[in-house]
Design a protein around this ligand. Structure first.
Ligand code: 6PG
Length: 469
């Protein structure tokens, strides 16, 4: 049986429900499906009583309600549930129907699913969706990858529901197979890096400059009106203003300092290692979440060791330096993530357009920032740009802010304030911009103990030396 609904969505949690309501707002009819009848009822209540939104717990009723080729999005937790949902839908589908996984699935799972479903004549898309529950309702950034011609059926709906940046939708076909999930994974890796940096700067302002929450609120708010304009800086400013409704003071001070993670940042780091691409600002952000989890051990260790008492920094220069250092390290983090994307594109045959990716990150997603417009321009000007640090338009931005990072990293080291994101960003910059590194010695050591050979600066060829005299 063929129905009339334009779009189907499985998984009516907050994200799914909001996404459906967004689709309906844009004039498309949408049908939801969830095993949980309470979620089905909630959607019908919120969006129902119109012919645009409906929902059911029954998979057959759901599939039959959709027009062909069916466009079915899954917004369910990544992992086995995705496979289980696909298995349930498969017998009910027709050739050329389209399944879109909107979750944070691991990219090799997407490759497997895409290949298995292609054999059955079903098109499978991995489409990262960023922006949280509010983004899903009002306009997310969407990162789809899969079969290009099948994407044409999904395109008008995605372009209608996506966030808009100066009228341009924050969605684009990114490439074949798992390109969409891969790009979303690296988006999240960058997200981890930016969050870590934002929190380190907060620590420096608080410990070094004795900033109150009101001052922190005001500082991040002012920064968000300048070149640091970004979603994460904006919400950080709002967080410092929030009072605790369960007690005195501000909520931020009552929150346990253990950061959880669902895995996408770790996957970015792991895969960067596999590709041989350095992303230390992202690696350390993952490690810091892991260190944060060791709260009980940290409390014990804190008692065992003395740390220097923090020498105060003058408030105003600290604020200026913090702004510059944050801007510097944000650029470095984007540079690393985009470097990873360029390399992954070649390795996995995604044929990614980095300028286009930066464009669809300008609004809707968690890492949206004013900077992304400049980043997109840089990659548009030079499509083969290996690293953002090599873009002529970025040299001045980085050159004029790197010294602030140097000052703050050395101040933090002297005063026992951990700023590993900032320091890794600085070290990455110093290493990437060094024409000569001391790794000649590592080559000599390798050759010494294992005859692994080395190359020379002054002549071609591969050499081995008997080092022991
Ligand atoms: C987004 C976010 C989202 C992610 C959360 C939490 O783009 O909307 O990246 O996909 O799930 O930010 O991630 P962690 O639990 O790993 O911090």
């Amino acid at each position: 049986m063929k129905g009339t609904y334009d779009f189907g969505l499985v998984g009516l949690g907050v994200m799914g429900r909001n996404f459906i309501l967004n689709v309906a707002d844009k004039g498309y009819s949408a049908y939801g499906n969830d095993l949980d009848s309470e979620k089905v009822d909630a959607l019908i209540k919120e969006g129902g009583n119109t012919d645009k939104v409906n929902a059911t717990t029954d998979a057959k009723t759901f599939v039959d309600a959709l027009s062909t080729p069916r466009k079915i999005m899954l917004l369910v937790p990544a992992g086995k549930i995705v496979d289980a949902v696909i298995e349930g839908l498969l017998p009910l589908l027709d050739k050329d129907d389209i399944i879109i996984d909107g979750g944070n699935s691991f990219f090799t799972d997407t490759d497997r699913r895409e290949a298995e479903l292609a054999e059955k004549g079903i098109h499978f898309f991995g489409a990262g969706v960023s922006g949280g529950a509010k983004g899903a309702r009002l306009g997310p950034s969407i990162m789809p990858g899969g079969n290009k011609s099948a994407y044409q059926h999904v395109k008008p709906i995605f372009e209608a529901v996506a966030a808009k940046y100066k009228g341009e939708p924050c969605v684009a076909y990114l490439g074949p197979k798992s390109a969409g999930n891969y790009v979303k994974m690296v988006h999240n890796g960058i997200e981890y890096g930016l969050m870590q940096l934002t929190s380190e700067i907060y620590d420096l302002l608080k410990k070094g400059g004795d900033f109150s929450n009101e001052e922190l609120h005001q500082t991040y708010k002012t920064w968000n009106e300048g070149r640091l304009q970004s979603f994460l800086v904006q919400i950080t400013s709002e967080i410092f203003a929030k009072k605790d409704d369960m007690g005195d003071g501000h909520l931020v001070d009552k929150i346990l300092d253990k950061a959880k993670q669902k895995g996408t940042g770790k996957w970015t780091s792991q895969n960067a290692m596999d590709l041989g691409i350095p992303v230390p600002s992202i690696d350390i952000a993952v490690s810091m979440r892991e260190i944060s989890a060791l709260k009980e051990e940290r409390i014990q260790a804190d008692k065992l060791y003395d740390r220097p008492s923090v020498l105060p920094f003058e408030k105003l220069p600290l604020e200026t330096l913090a702004e510059e250092a944050l801007y510097f390290s944000f650029i470095i983090t984007y540079a690393q993530g985009l470097h990873q994307l360029s390399d992954a594109s070649k390795e996995y045959g995604y044929d990614l357009d980095i300028a286009e990716i930066a464009k669809i990150w300008r609004a809707g997603c968690i890492i949206r920032a004013g900077l992304l417009a400049d980043i997109s321009e840089a990659f548009k000007t030079d499509t083969y740009l290996p690293n953002l640090l090599l873009a002529p338009t970025f040299v001045e931005k980085v050159q004029s802010t790197v010294n602030a990072a140097r000052t703050l990293v050395s101040y933090a080291a002297k005063n026992g304030i951990p700023v590993p994101g900032l320091s890794n960003s600085l070290t990455y910059f110093d290493a990437y911009t060094s024409s000569r590194l001391p790794l000649n010695l590592i080559q000599a050591q390798r050759d010494y103990f294992g005859s692994h050979t080395y190359e020379r600066l002054d002549r071609d060829g591969v050499f081995h030396t008997e080092w022991e005299t």
